[in-house]
Design a protein around this ligand. Sequence first.
Ligand code: PHE
Length: 456
Amino acid sequence: MLSNQAGGEKRTSLHGHWSSRMAFILAVTGSAVGLGNIWKFPYVVGENGGGAFVLVYLVCVFAIGMPVMMSEILIGRRGRRNPIATMELLGKEEGSSAHWRWLGTLGVVAGILILSYYSVIAGWTLSYIVKSATGTFAGATAAQVVADHEAFKLNTGITSLVHTLFMGLTIFVVARGVERGLEQAVRFMVPALLIMMIVLLGYSINSGYFATGVEFMFTPDFSKLGWNSVLAAMGQAFFTLSIGMGAIMAYGAYLPEETSIAGASATVVIADTSIAILAGLVIFPLVFGNGLQVDAGPGLVFQTLPLALGQMPGGAFFSTIFFILLAFAAWTSALGLMEPAVAWLVEHHNRTRTQAAIIIGGVIWLLGFGTVLSFNVLSDVKFLAGTIYDNVDYLTSNIMLPLGGMLIAVFAGWVMCRNSTADELGGSGGIYRAWRLLARFVAPIGILFVLINAIT
Ligand code: PHE
């Protein structure tokens, strides 16, 4: 374990450092861009009525997400450990309490719970690679694609198998360490995904229903927006940016000293938001053009995109590539979800990275069956927010991440002294003052306000 070097020489991390500023931005972008953008964003927009939800989501991304992300990175870099140890160390160092480690613990648990269902949906994308490559969708009608997806979800064997496969791949890479592979994967995956979305956008612009899709996404009708939808929009902002649970904090721990945190955060937030909006612009025209259900839920993307791709020339090829890219995007996010728990096990319980990855991954794999079965055998088991999957999703995205984000903002804005934060954010100029205003007031008060209104 490293010694407390406060005031003296800067700390370094046990797990190595990113090779450059670009490597860090790529890793955080890889964590942010994932199923949240392409699978979840369109389906929650659809379930929550469109325009007004998108507007609230965008406000949350910039007014709350951005300052929380900056806070998380600066805390991570200052502590240079796993989120639990970092919170404990900085809590003491800043003259508050070691109990701040519970905030780290909340994040570790949130990451484990999120990955338990994330892996199941990522498994679906693996299946869809095979389905695409074998021509399942070539020339298929909307009804056929929807029926195929319904049958697929009911297949406990296949969905268990692909969940297992995805967890195996994740464990393998996490065991090998932070840098190797990840950088290269993201450098290729994000631009490729962007190009693919633009090709699909071309298709949806020509579908004759583009204007209907745009109108649905950008004409706010606030009469449809209850507090629960506002909370869902805020939760989606946290989820898509990977904030509120220590993933970004863990990555920040490996960030070189001289990198600008504000610049890196802005890059990531803009890239992530653009991909989500693009996904919506591709999917909604397809939904309206083919008479599909806009509130189809988690199956939405798997019902719309194969249909569009299946009708394009070279469809089987493009569809295969698309699902490969989506699986890649999910995979680079999964690494971030596991990193806090693994780093913690390595530092505190003297495990090797490989052992830690297998233990944590094994637990997540088991928990994942709650979600696998939510779509078939246990689909009728409903309580509170709905199925087991609905509950895990609600608890993590709508409660744990916002709560974690609020406490992170409070810690960076109120507990840490001005000198510490100004030091990490590169001085006390305009950007610093804007960050501090958002982190001290706007983010915590906004989050609390939404949580209270939605839950009571
Ligand atoms: N941001 C990821 C996505 O949009 C999910 C994620 C959440 C990853 C939290 C890491 C931490 O798919």
